[in-house]
Design a protein around this ligand. Structure first.
Ligand code: GLN
Length: 494
């Protein structure tokens, strides 16, 4: 029999349903994998006791014929940006030392109510700011895939711990958040599926805020079907988040087997970048051929404001971050460094509590919001954002989905790009436009580069059309047939 930890989320659900194993057995197998995979540094906090308790409760529900649905008894990991009642929540930052929320985020509560079993809280870039999972106070996460000569590579970020946990076989699914690419880019770097829903599909309540007009929760899984199942358990309107959409949760799996015959796939010309590696371009072409081979039609489209998306994002996101992070003052949460006066205390706490990248964003954000610069930067960026959204709206008058690469490169070595923030920011050049427009998007593992590292392809759909997004992603997944796996974290091939 396949090892329990190798099962997809859907397969694990079927196995539980058929009583092939219990949720407790499945959970204990994942806990063992977590312990064996500690070298990845994917978790900040492991919660094996909570996991075993929830697994036992799930087994009891199932024995009573009261299993809640396809997530009941499924072990998952939770990015340490979601507040979890009674469990340390750090956002990867020193400033939240010892913060144990008295409440549960809506998304993690929805998963809990669906019977999912939390294994622990995953590592991330500090306050979700980053593309490599190297800015965490708790140290970098290692990609389970190794670079040339066995080099340690980044898993992408900021949901790098969640991606490494799923790719490394520690759990079948995890949740992350995506502000400018933090689910999709690490999924691409680790050879798994990562999906960002439409802004407003999932509640942001109880998620430590980075950039409120961009942040969305989403699933990281090994298959497209698993992502659809997991999103079904996460999504839904929440009166506690005024930006959560009052829209019914669709059956996201509905179109998975329908194929793409007759579907129109847009290929945005502006996503061809100077200096883009030839293998990324070739994979993109291959993706078009795969979809055409299945009966879709590929149509060239233009999104003329794409080139402004990344610069505008790096005004909007830091602006909102500087405002959101003002609450960490040494009074209400976590770390406090005493000072002579109240101001000294604020300054000492924030100076010690925030890392370099967070400080950089707070400085940029404060600057672009300041009197005299607000109109030149922040208001201008918001106007650009409107134009980006309009480009997408016009493209979607012609096509059902858009196909692009997920990231301009494969995973790079830990330590690379550290002295060049702009090179680091360029990682998100393909994911940020959909974030700025609030659109649903997904990364599907599609191939390996010359060094044997995974590469993803990226699909974007209309607002709240996740069903079409998953449908096209499923066709892409089938055509790509990506079944490569990283070496087992314990050593040797899995
Ligand atoms: N890498 C981007 C940033 O650093 C996106 C991060 C995210 O999506 N949370 O802001």
């Amino acid at each position: 029999m396949t090892a329990l930890t190798e099962l997809s989320l859907a397969e694990a659900g079927q196995g539980l349903e058929a009583s092939d194993f219990t949720a407790e057995e499945l959970t204990r197998a994942c806990i063992e994998a977590l312990e064996g995979g500690r070298d990845l540094n994917a978790f900040i906090t492991e919660t094996p006791d909570i996991a075993v308790d929830r697994a036992k409760a799930s087994d009891a529900r199932r024995a009573d014929g009261k299993a809640a649905g396809s997530m009941d008894g499924i072990p998952i990991a939770v990015k340490d940006l979601f507040c979890t009642e009674g469990v340390l929540t750090t956002a990867g930052s020193h400033i939240l030392d010892g913060f144990t929320p008295a409440y549960e985020s809506t998304v993690s509560a929805n998963l809990k109510d669906s019977g999912a079993v939390m294994l622990g809280k995953t590592n991330l870039d500090e306050f979700a700011m980053g593309s490599a999972n190297v800015t965490s106070y708790y140290g970098p996460v290692k990609n389970p895939w190794k670079g040339p000569g066995g080099k340690d590579m980044v898993p992408g970020g900021s949901s790098g711990g969640s991606a490494a946990a799923v790719a490394g076989g520690l759990c079948p699914g995890a949740i992350g958040t995506d502000t400018g690419g933090s689910i999709r880019q690490p999924a691409s770097f680790t050879g798994i599926v990562g999906m960002k829903p439409t802004y407003g599909r999932c509640s942001r309540w109880g998620i430590v805020a980075f950039a409120s007009s961009l942040d969305q929760a989403g699933p990281l899984t090994r298959t497209v079907e698993d992502a659809a199942i997991m999103l079904g358990a996460m999504a839904g309107h929440d009166a506690k988040d005024s930006t959560s959409a009052p829209i019914d949760v669709a059956d996201f799996s509905a179109g998975l087997k329908e194929g793409v015959k007759g579907m129109k796939v847009g290929i945005p010309e502006e996503y061809t970048l100077d200096g883009m590696p030839a293998e990324i371009e070739a994979l993109w072409q291959q993706g078009m051929d795969w979809l055409k081979g299945q009966g879709a039609e590929c149509i060239d489209v233009s999104l003329p404001h794409t080139k402004y998306a990344l610069p505008a994002y790096y005004i909007v996101a830091p602006a909102e971050a500087s405002s959101n992070l003002a609450r960490y003052d040494g009074v209400r949460y976590g770390l406090r460094v005493e000072g002579e006066t109240l101001d000294d205390m604020y300054m000492a706490t924030r100076a010690l509590g925030f890392g370099d990248e967070v400080r950089r964003r707070v400085l940029i954000g404060t600057y672009v919001l300041s009197a005299g610069y607000y109109d030149a930067y922040y208001r201008q960026a918001q106007k650009v954002r409107t134009l980006i959204a309009r480009d997408f709206r016009e493209a979607f008058e012609q096509v059902d989905v858009l196909l692009t690469p997920t990231a301009p490169s494969a995973a790079f070595a830990i330590g690379d790009k550290m002295d060049d923030p702009v090179a680091m920011y360029l990682n998100d050049v393909f994911t940020v436009p959909a974030s700025m427009a609030g659109l649903p998007a997904i990364s599907v593992p599609a191939g390996l580069d010359g060094d044997g590292l995974p590469l993803g392809l990226h699909l974007i759909a209309k607002p709240f059309d996740e069903v079409t997004l998953f449908r096209s992603a499923s066709a892409l997944e089938e055509a790509a047939g990506f079944d490569a796996r990283p070496p087992s974290p314990k050593g040797g091939a899995s």
